[in-house]
Write a protein that binds this ligand. Structure first.
Ligand code: AMP
Ligand code: TRP
Length: 330
């Protein structure tokens, strides 16, 4: 029996943080044991909003590969590849663009939101409008059955399903309709309580050293009404407590009670949290130390993964060309 396929990707836009980890990566690491997995470094998607400055593009690809491997992706179990090196994706993107109504792309909430938010960049481009179509090509080229991504990606995934359905309807059954696979933690808050995001500068990066983590947590702002150590606190609105819920599985309930009754001060509470986070991230930190400075190993993983991803992509594109009755000369 062939295993069902998982397909997912991330843009190489700099170092990953714990939000990316809990929103997606943690899940990927588990899924690689059960499914045939394809994980793509989607550099073309990176271009849609970052085409003006590509100076760090190559470094960012190496960086994200290190992040993935230190988070626990194992190239023996999954395929890690660079999107722009699987050119069949570009061909599928072009072919799909023939059948995707413009209105589907224009009404995509992520598109509308980014247009209104990223006002400092000119993203009123053809490529940016086609972002979800390119994402659909990513998923469909490997006939992904499941796509593990965070909640924010659901509208684009829905579009990928609609595109698959439309293709199947016009040219005959070809693609499975890709389903989402959510993680338990939908949105990880950042150091300031808002969603953890690079654009808010409230992140803990996967590459942060234990001391950096301690320092970042020490500076976290807690409940403004808990001034003295013995003042009762409000854990429900405190970013530190939100982190305890994730990192202090066994003790967070107790922390909740003692905070509420003023039995613990914020300084102590943050120290305990910092040690729990450092302990949680220690295996990642160790794997990273072995990888940095070993560019060769990382390149080998990418070359081998991309070769395999391309083989599978070629099979799909041949089938698509056949179904669409494109002329083959050889
Ligand atoms: P991005 O870097 O925003 O493109 O996100 C890459 C992946 O990480 C996507 O699957 C997001 O859903 C997920 N993600 C990013 N930030 C968070 C967060 N704070 N909480 C949960 N998931 C996140
Ligand atoms: N849009 C996704 C994000 O911003 C990245 C992405 C591109 C992706 N292609 C994909 C995710 C295919 C899953 C499957 O995180």
């Amino acid at each position: 029996m062939t295993r069902q396929r998982i397909m997912s990707g991330m843009r190489p836009t700099g170092t990953l943080h714990l939000g990316n980890y809990f929103g997606a990566l943690e899940n990927w690491v588990k899924l690689q044991n059960e499914y045939e997995c394809f994980f793509s470094i989607v550099d073309w998607h990176g271009l849609t909003t970052g085409y003006e400055d590509t100076s760090e593009f190559r470094d960012n690809i190496m960086e994200i590969a290190i992040d993935w491997l230190s988070a626990g992706l194992n190239p023996e179990k999954c395929t890690i590849f660079i999107q722009s090196n699987v050119k069949e994706i570009a061909e599928l993107h072009l072919l799909l663009s023939m059948i995707v109504p413009l209105s589907w792309l224009e009404r995509c909430p992520t598109y509308k939101e980014q247009l209104s938010q990223l006002t400092e960049k000119n993203i009123t481009t053809y490529g940016f409008l086609g972002y979800p179509n390119l994402m659909a090509a990513d998923i469909l080229i490997h006939k992904g059955n499941f796509v593990p991504v965070g909640e924010d990606q659901q509208p684009q995934l829905e579009l990928a399903r609609e595109i698959a359905r439309r293709f199947n309807y016009i040219y005959g059954d070809t693609f499975p309709e890709p389903q989402g696979k959510m993680t338990k933690i939908k949105v990880l808050p950042g150091l300031d309580g808002r969603k953890m995001s690079k654009s808010y500068s409230n992140t803990i990066a996967l590459s942060d050293s234990p001391d950096t983590i301690r320092e970042k947590i020490r500076k976290m702002i807690t409940d403004a009404e808990k001034i003295k150590k013995n003042d009762p606190g409000h854990p429900d609105i405190c970013a530190v407590y939100a982190f305890h819920k994730v990192f202090s599985e066994e003790t967070h309930q107790e922390t909740y009670e003692v905070c509420k009754t003023g039995g613990i001060g914020c300084v102590q509470c943050k120290k305990t949290l910092a040690e729990n986070v450092v302990r949680y991230m220690a295996p990642m930190y160790e794997r990273r130390q072995k990888l940095i400075g070993n560019k060769k190993i990382i390149l080998e993983v990418l070359i081998e993964g991309t070769r395999h991803a391309r083989e599978v992509a070629k099979e799909t594109i041949e089938e698509v060309r056949e179904k669409m009755k494109l002329m083959e000369l050889e």
